[in-house]
Design a protein around this ligand. Sequence first.
Ligand code: PHE
Ligand code: CO
Length: 274
Amino acid sequence: MAVAPVVYGSSDRPPRGDYARARDNYTCDQDYASYTEVDHDTYRRLYARQASLLPGRACDAFIQALPALGASERIPRFDDINQRLMKATGWQVVGVPGLIPEVPFFTLLSQRRFPVTDWIRRPEEFDYIVEPDVFHDLFGHVPLLFDPVFADHMQAYGLGGLKAHRLDACEMLSRLYWYTIEFGLLRQAEGVRAYGAGILSSPGELQHAVQSPLPQRLPLDIERVMRTRYRIDSYQATYFVIDSFRELFDKTAPDFTPLYARVRQLPELDAGQV
Ligand code: PHE
Ligand code: CO
């Protein structure tokens, strides 16, 4: 059955995906036959550019797992990735037509299923695209699903999202997603490295996040993250740094109910506030 498309934030055009293809849980089969040679070539070029920037900028766990996505010359088949991913951590990727609403999104994560947009950006959007596409979703998010601790954290996040929905706290939780899963940094022995998908799939932000003297880099503080607004249209002004995925898992494990209540009483912080 067809489901309604979703738009987050303000946009003057409708979302790209064809939601008529989606099942009730918003998933759809990867429409592999619909990819053109131009689509495959866009993926190949995006992958090559981004892979060349990873040494010294991406965290080790990401670099080690990246080959598990498969050949980089064509858009991978989700079924192919799933054979390896299922064995490694019990996760699967599932196709979606684009962004999906909060409850179906959290539900899929709670079932260890990661929704991946199946279409790819147009060549003229090579450097920048507003909505996530198959390159961002696969290249950015899927390698770390091969890491056992990160994989468990993603499922816990999904369960936490369903709870946040009941508590009307999704905005606070979405800031946590933004500053960790999308834009998180990890401290390794040699220095700070990226683990967030939004950083890892963006050439400009990868250099900015890891090497620029401009942004502030703070130790992960869940309460502070939940109070901090974020920017979707420019590089981040603040990044939050963890020492390990175990730290991320442990810091997000406590019951957030009292934290949500406290954060509601506190003023919001600007994205770049010092
Ligand atoms: N511990 C959180 C809660 O009780 C759930 C959660 C786990 C949220 C992991 C995010 C990440 O609400
Ligand atoms: Co993302």
